[in-house]
Design a protein around this ligand. Structure first.
Ligand SMILES: Nc1ncnc2c1ncn2[C@@H]1O[C@H](COP(=O)(O)OP(=O)(O)OP(=O)(O)O)[C@@H](O)[C@H]1O
Ligand SMILES: [Mg+2]
Length: 225
């Protein structure tokens, strides 16, 4: 039985640059089932990050319809979007975006503060997640005291703290060496096997091979799925 978690219906995205409209995404229709592991590929400027931002409710499409867990989010007010994003989506970026002056544990706890999870439960959950990503012995370290791969593990633990259905990763291994990249991709594979939907942006074929479905973007359109 098919259970789409994400459904895009002919979405488009246009930015206005001065009085010049720039069409960055066009006619994108896409259905993603619960538990899929998808790689989104395409050359630089093809619209991958723009599409991820729309999928992650960080940005809105200009035309078309987006259904997230069967709810039409295209017209939701910003406040509802933020609440939905916090609850349903986890993000991992190429630059880890950790808060430098607090510990790994506090970084992981941060998105949970917005969802008003009680502090003690949140702390336990952060510790469990840090153990899951292999950082049980680094919980009180600050980001500057961790390697790049370890920082990305913290970011992955943080992305999971609100138990999101969907994990979006934009070039998560872009700053890492190939061995560390492999470890991070294995971790994302494990997370996917636990039933979470993972969408990974990359321009690297070897990275994309971790996914079971590949979608190619070309100049804002889906060229191949
Ligand atoms: N805020 C904006 N205003 C105007 N144009 C934008 C804006 N954001 C992105 N674009 C344009 O949209 C196009 C797609 O950008 P996007 O960042 O989605 O590409 P990408 O596929 O992620 O590329 P890369 O692999 O380099 O990260 C680019 O041509 C870019 O200039
Ligand atoms: Mg990008």
């Amino acid at each position: 039985m098919s259970r789409p978690v994400i459904r895009l219906e002919e979405i488009g995205k246009t930015y206005s640059q001065g009085n010049q409209p720039i069409e960055v995404l066009r006619d994108i229709s896409l259905q993603v089932e619960v538990g899929e592991f998808i790689a989104l590929l395409g050359t630089s400027g093809s619209g991958k990050s723009t599409l991820m931002h729309i999928l992650g409710l960080l940005d809105r499409c200009s035309t078309g319809r987006y259904l997230l867990a069967e709810q039409d989010v295209s017209q939701l007010p910003d406040e509802r979007l933020s609440e939905l994003r916090n609850r349903m989506i986890g993000f991992i970026f190429q630059s880890f975006y950790l808060i430098p002056y607090v510990s790994a544990r506090e970084n992981v706890m941060l998105p949970g503060l917005y969802s008003r999870t009680p502090g003690r439960i949140l702390k336990t959950r952060a510790e469990e997640l840090l153990a899951l990503v292999g950082l049980a012995d680094r919980m009180e370290f600050k980001p500057g005291q961790l390697s790049g791969g370890q920082q990305q593990r913290v970011a992955i633990a943080r992305a999971l703290v609100n138990d999101p259905q969907v994990l979006l990763a934009d070039e998560p291994t872009g700053q890492l060496d190939s061995k560390t990249s492999g470890e991070i991709l294995d971790l994302l594979t494990d997370i996917n096997r636990q039933g979470r939907t993972v969408i990974l942006v990359t321009h690297d074929q070897a990275t994309a091979n971790y996914a079971e479905r590949k979608i190619f973007l070309d100049d804002g359109r889906i060229r191949n799925d």
